[in-house]
Design a protein around this ligand. Structure first.
Ligand SMILES: *Cc1c(COP(=O)(O)O)cnc(C)c1O
Length: 378
């Protein structure tokens, strides 16, 4: 296909592989030749390297980001008889993880500018819990699209109520708040390593991080049948392990993560400039946050028209997410919402769309996308 009339994909995990192909192939060959495929040297080294990069004392690899959240809840003893507050405007995985752990989700509305949890609504439900629900034991802060939640007031409200704050960093590897890395501010943090994430494996993977040694040790056992000693379960566990091939690949990709995030930020700045004077506003940035642009998200009441005009100019777009979790048929009618309802969530799901965003976009592709954005003004 000719580069000038092909569609630029909204996501392209294959480009991430090709950018480091020789090193990744060598790492895979090394893992294959080792003769050890599950929970071995590569996984341990990745856990240490990830914890060192993040700045926590411990990291624990697991099978995916959903499991990372569920393992944190299990490790904290949060399950049946507990409510966990989070948002409906997120990957369904956040809510699925709460139910996997046996807990009851409570879904709160978002701030419409940053698409992250409304901290006032969290404070309100912690002070005056909705009737008919088990006690709220945890809140999951989802740093959506690569930008921090308004974590200061959320942490303060959780502290007042004696509730644990867990960070869902599946879209926020390397993002900061007040100069500190997300994933170091709550009790524990879950990261997805799905191929399209800012740090992506070439298959499924997840990692969780905490400064709580005992919690990390407990989760390290729970992820493998509750074993502390081989074949003997001292805890009720699950099977959720990061394999050696993915760990070896992630060790090649982790040293490039900060550069990849810087490239995402440069692409975002180019999009911002191209939108000036047009009908769409650039995504809002929190003043004290370092946004890592897992997604570059625009919103418009004329979303379908905007997407088709961009497509006509060769620009693929995506929607994150088209249906709020509480309106999906698996959840509708049985999931509790906060007292404010989820009106902003419902409105955002009708209007948001995401531009192509990955470090491997070439300057020429970025310029074509910027041209298409400038055309929206005409
Ligand atoms: C991707 C994602 C997850 C789940 O990760 P998986 O690795 O796909 O299980 C959880 N939360 C959010 C916000 C995500 O974007």
């Amino acid at each position: 296909m000719n580069a000038t009339n092909s569609i630029i994909a909204q996501a392209d995990p294959g480009a991430g592989y090709r950018a480091q192909q020789a090193e990744i192939d060598a790492a895979v060959a090394r893992a294959l030749a080792s003769g050890w495929y599950i929970l071995g040297k590569e996984g341990e080294a990745f856990e240490q390297e990830f914890a060192a990069w993040l700045g926590t004392s411990r990291a624990v690899g697991c099978a995916n980001g959903t499991d990372a959240l569920a393992l944190i809840l299990r490790g904290l003893g949060i399950g049946p008889g507990c409510t966990v507050a989070t948002v409906s405007h997120t990957a369904v995985a956040t809510v699925a993880a709460i139910e996997m752990a046996g807990a009851t989700p409570l879904l709160l509305d978002i701030d419409p500018d940053t698409y992250t949890m409304d901290p006032d609504e969290l404070a309100a439900v912690l002070e005056d819990p909705p009737p008919g629900l088990p006690p709220i034991r945890a809140a999951i802060a989802v740093h959506l699209y690569g930008q921090a939640c308004d974590l200061g007031p959320m942490l303060a409200a959780c502290e007042r109520a004696g509730v644990v704050l867990i960070e869902d960093c599946a879209q926020a590897h390397g993002a900061t708040l007040g100069g500190r890395k997300l994933g170091t501010l709550g009790r524990a943090a879950a990261f997805s390593l799905y191929p399209t994430k800012n740090l992506g494996a070439l298959g499924d993977g997840g990692v969780l991080a905490t400064d709580d040694f005992e919690l990390a040790e407990r989760i390290g056992a729970i992820r493998q049948y509750g074993w502390r000693e081989r074949y003997v379960s001292s805890l009720v566990g699950v099977n959720s392990r990061l394999d050696e091939i993915q760990a070896a690949i992630l060790r090649v990709k982790l040293p490039r993560l900060d550069d990849g995030n810087a490239r995402r930020q440069a692409i975002a700045a180019a999009y911002d400039a191209a939108l000036a004077g047009g009908p769409l506003s650039p995504p809002a940035r929190r003043a004290d946050a370092g946004h890592v642009f897992h997604q570059y998200v625009l919103r418009s009441p004329d979303r379908a028209a905007m997407q088709s005009r961009l497509r006509a100019d060769g620009v693929g777009t995506g929607i994150h997410y088209p249906v709020p979790v509480h309106q999906q048929s698996a959840y509708e009618g049985r999931i509790a919402l906060g007292p404010a309802g989820c009106a902003e969530t419902a409105r955002a799901s009708q209007e948001v769309f995401s531009l192509p965003m990955y470090p491997e976009l070439t300057d020429e592709q970025v310029e074509r996308i910027c041209g298409a954005l400038r055309n929206l003004a005409g």
